[in-house]
Design a protein around this ligand. Structure first.
Ligand SMILES: [Zn+2]
Length: 203
């Protein structure tokens, strides 16, 4: 299976036909896609004016989309290296953290689904590296009550997501599944209550 970097070379290589270059960019999203494959593709297409079904897009736009993805990947992988070193030190010092914190990192290791967007059309609009920078700041800080990306306070607990963990607090502003470790227990209870309120209003 080709790795991210060899796929990125295929995207850049002007000797490849455009269909292969586009295909290679989509394959990159199987390795690294902060919102998940479909939502990250939708994001890149919108920001770089690529027709989602265009089999022969402008190569300059493909490369610009790849550069955005690479910049975000560099930010995320640097964080993971730092996180692994910090956890090692903490464990050595006997410091415990809630299991959910390590579970979340294990599940998203490598950067897939860090800010999962279950609806592929609803995701943050800022460059991916900016969004990941905000996520990282939240993961380093004490748990809070707002969406770490758009600062929205209305988070609604959702079931039946199409990706692990299958359920959790979804931001009604930007559409991301907010990682539970960045939220206080009160914020999580509020998200669950918001869902109950919605169910009640539908009934
Ligand atoms: Zn948000």
């Amino acid at each position: 299976m080709a790795g991210f970097r060899s796929l990125a070379r295929q995207v850049r290589d002007p000797r490849n036909d455009l269909a292969l270059r586009r295909y290679s960019l989509r394959k990159c999203l199987e390795r690294f896609a902060p919102y998940g494959h479909r939502a990250t593709w939708d994001h890149l297409c919108r920001r770089h004016r690529i027709g989602p079904e265009d089999r022969a897009p402008d190569p300059a736009r493909l490369v610009a989309a790849l550069e955005e993805l690479e910049a975000a990947r560099a930010v995320w992988l640097a964080y993971e290296v730092e996180f692994a070193a910090r956890r090692k030190r903490e464990k050595h010092a006997g410091l415990r953290r809630p299991g959910s914190f390590d579970d979340w990192h294990r599940r998203t290791w490598g950067g897939f689904g860090v800010a999962w967007c279950d609806d592929p059309r609803t995701h943050p609009v800022e460059p991916l590296a900016v969004v990941l920078g905000r996520m990282i700041a939240a993961l380093r800080a004490q748990p809070g009550t707002l969406c770490p990306v758009c600062r929205e306070s209305r988070l609604v607990w959702s079931q039946d997501l199409s990706h692990e963990p299958w359920f959790g607090p979804v931001c009604s502003g930007c559409g991301i599944l907010v990682p539970q470790p960045v939220l206080t227990p009160e914020a999580l209870s509020r998200a669950k209550a918001a869902r109950r309120g919605e169910l009640a209003s539908v009934a």
